[in-house]
Design a protein around this ligand. Structure first.
Ligand SMILES: C[S@@+](CC[C@H](N)C(=O)[O-])C[C@H]1O[C@@H](n2cnc3c(N)ncnc32)[C@H](O)[C@@H]1O
Length: 202
């Protein structure tokens, strides 16, 4: 049976990346707890539970709101076709810089901006509509006006067969997804700090 071998270089660079991701997440949480929501990056269990049910082979344009230190960003790039684009929008320039420095992938466009400007950013880069929108931004702590603006913009840029994937500590996002999308599937993942609600809306 073949044994999977990881070179010491690969193991130490993975460790350096994880340490740096934990550092930037903790610093940004201390700076703005309301905006960041959690000091811990999403767990591998959460990432797989949210992303595995989706057909990534047909994703051409994917948008991520609030990538933070990038655990979902990296996992999505592994699943996405070679000619696709992933646009990340985060209000924190520190998280954007962390992604730009730690992910060397021409498909990634990491932007410091609010999710509410998604339509303008896709248009500025000539990207048309989004096949998938993935969001971890905290809908429970933002104003209802901003949450409505973000979901209206998301519904506007999503392609007709597209999906919105959300992971949230609380259930506030349901009240913004359900009026705009015909079908909202829900689940829950315990193995994350904190445990999270998962949503797939289409
Ligand atoms: C729960 S954290 C995401 C954590 C990240 N997925 C991880 O696992 O490291 C929420 C993120 O949303 C960002 N954020 C909050 N409000 C936002 C908004 N209106 N638009 C874009 N990003 C936002 C925060 O800066 C933070 O990076």
């Amino acid at each position: 049976m073949a044994t999977r071998f990881q070179s010491p270089d690969k193991t130490s660079s993975d460790l350096a990346r994880k340490t740096s991701a934990l550092g930037v997440s903790a610093r940004e949480f201390l700076r703005s707890p309301q905006l960041v929501g959690s000091a811990f990056p999403a767990s591998q269990v959460l990432v797989d539970r949210l992303l595995d049910p989706v057909d990534w082979s047909s994703a051409r344009v994917v948008v991520e709101y609030g990538p933070g230190s990038g655990p979902l960003t990296r996992a999505m790039l592994q699943r996405m076709p070679h000619d696709s684009r992933l646009v990340t929008l985060d209000v924190s320039p520190h998280f954007t810089r962390h992604l730009q420095r730690s992910i060397d992938d021409p498909r990634l466009l990491a932007v410091t901006a609010s999710a509410s400007s998604v339509a303008e950013i896709l248009e500025r880069h000539g990207l048309g509509s989004a096949d998938l929108i993935v969001t971890g931004i905290p809908f429970s702590t933002m104003s209802a006006q901003l949450a409505d603006q973000i979901m209206d913009a998301s519904a506007q840029v999503l392609s007709p067969h597209g999906q919105v994937l959300a992971y949230q500590m609380r259930t506030a996002v349901e009240g913004y997804l359900e009026p705009r999308f015909g079908k909202v599937r829900k689940s829950f993942v315990w193995r994350n700090i904190p445990p999270c609600h998962l949503y797939w809306a289409s």
